[in-house]
Design a protein around this ligand. Structure first.
Ligand SMILES: CCCCCCCC(=O)SCCNC(=O)CCNC(=O)[C@H](O)C(C)(C)COP(=O)(O)OP(=O)(O)OC[C@H]1O[C@@H](n2cnc3c(N)ncnc32)[C@H](O)[C@@H]1OP(=O)(O)O
Length: 211
């Protein structure tokens, strides 16, 4: 398959070239986790923290959109690193970030341990979050295969609760192609047990690829 992602990464987006941006996103991720989970701090202490945080934020000039380097349209294989997007983005504090590898056989695989911020019912991962992950992995796989497409219909089957604080193994592959309609499938496995399976009907762009 086409070029190796690492070559593209060097040409288009190398996180090593943005150490400050990557570091601040990581620090904010840690902050969000601490804020959402602390049981030690008092309300007064947290109020004081909020004031200090607002001062920091006031010192950063915000834009309207996340800073991002668009993922190139494939074919490419290897490790995919994201910049501004909410699943893969190393610049985006909301992102895991999930790192996905596009295998030479045209499948995708990645691992992510979800943050407690995405807790849903039963002390498990929120189902909307796992849907978000499988959609992104399928969409990115298609992009890596050279197909610029949007999700038309996403179908998710929750087989069992997906535990928090355990590595989620994500995989995706293409099931079939029918003109502009591409059906992809994905799975989340935890400790060797599938907890989520998904099918995505993606509609490929009629025109040139979008960034
Ligand atoms: C790089 C990082 C990757 C991350 C991936 C993340 C994936 C995403 O989140 S994508 C965002 C979510 N998706 C969207 O917002 C899509 C919004 N919808 C749209 O833009 C359009 O409806 C779109 C593009 C899906 C289809 O529109 P359009 O290109 O006009 O398709 P259209 O010509 O009507 O139909 C083409 C074929 O697809 C089928 N189709 C169209 N829409 C759908 C749909 N939603 N579901 C199933 N099939 C559909 C049609 O029936 C038609 O089939 P046939 O050829 O057999 O008649």
């Amino acid at each position: 398959m086409g070029q190796d992602w690492t070559q593209l990464e060097r040409a288009l987006f190398d996180p090593a070239g943005h150490p400050g941006r990557v570091a601040v996103a990581e620090a904010v991720r840690e902050l969000m986790r601490a804020v959402a989970t602390t049981t030690a701090a008092t309300d007064d202490e947290l109020g004081e923290v909020a004031g200090r945080l607002r001062q920091i934020t006031a010192g950063i000039v915000a834009g309207d959109r996340c800073v991002r380097y668009p993922l190139p349209t494939g074919p490419f294989s290897g490790r995919v690193l994201g910049s501004g997007d909410p699943v893969f983005g190393m610049f985006n504090p909301v992102a895991g970030p999930l790192v996905v590898t596009i295998e030479p056989d045209g499948t995708a695989a990645g691992v992510l341990t979800p943050s407690p911020l995405f807790e849903g019912p039963g002390g498990a991962v929120h189902g909307g979050y796992t849907a978000f992950l499988v959609d992104a992995v399928m969409g990115t796989l298609l992009r890596a295969l050279g197909i610029s497409a949007l999700t038309g219909t996403l179908s998710v089957r929750y087989l069992a609760l997906t535990p928090l604080a355990r590595p989620l193994h994500l995989s995706a592959w293409v099931e079939s192609t029918d003109g502009r309609k591409v059906t992809a499938a994905a799975r989340i496995t935890v400790d060797g047990r599938p907890t989520v399976t998904a099918t995505g009907l993606f509609i490929a762009a009629a025109g040139p690829a979008q960034g």
